[in-house]
Design a binder for this molecule. Structure first.
Ligand code: ATP
Length: 136
């Protein structure tokens, strides 16, 4: 079966939504096989977000993601990568569908970066790479 990296971002942890987000992952039937809470270093985040280097939201993104604790989750299940992205909803929480994590719990705060509660790997290749970074 497939594995993915899920992050409850600092906004999710600060708002006390880690439990609700883990609940949704487990309620869907995915297995949580790893769990860590940490405040990520800029170095870890630079590796994690290397594909976004140079984009206008890159610096605000690193700043935001290193601003406080995140919960890193290794989740497992049939098609969990696609499945979690579906549960998470669209990147922009204003238009993310109701029923999704971002659609139900998130909104735009008018900041330079979308504080959109969660991250989920987007392919088997990035899942493998990201799990290596967060669960080495
Ligand atoms: P994630 O990878 O975090 O699950 P995603 O795949 O929907 O989200 P990416 O395009 O990989 O989004 O961007 C990574 C993160 O950078 C987003 O989750 C969001 O926090 C931020 N971001 C992306 N695009 C923008 C944008 N245009 N303006 C502000 N912030 C953005």
């Amino acid at each position: 079966t497939e594995q993915t990296l899920i992050l409850v971002k600092p906004d999710g942890v600060a708002r006390g939504l880690s439990g609700e987000i883990l609940r949704r992952i487990e309620a869907k039937g995915y297995r949580v096989t790893g769990l860590r809470m940490l405040t990520p270093t800029r170095e870890l985040l630079a590796a994690h977000y290397e594909e976004h280097e140079g984009k206008p939201f890159y610096e605000p993104l690193i700043e935001f993601m290193s601003s406080g604790p995140v919960v890193a989750v290794r989740a497992e299940g049939e098609r969990v990568i696609e499945g979690f992205r579906s549960i998470a909803g669209a990147t922009d929480p204003t238009v993310a569908a109701p029923g999704t994590i971002r659609g139900d719990l998130g909104r735009d705060w008018g900041l330079a970066v979308q504080q959109n509660l969660v991250h989920g790997s987007d392919s088997t290749l990035s899942a493998e790479r990201e799990l290596g970074l967060w669960f080495s």
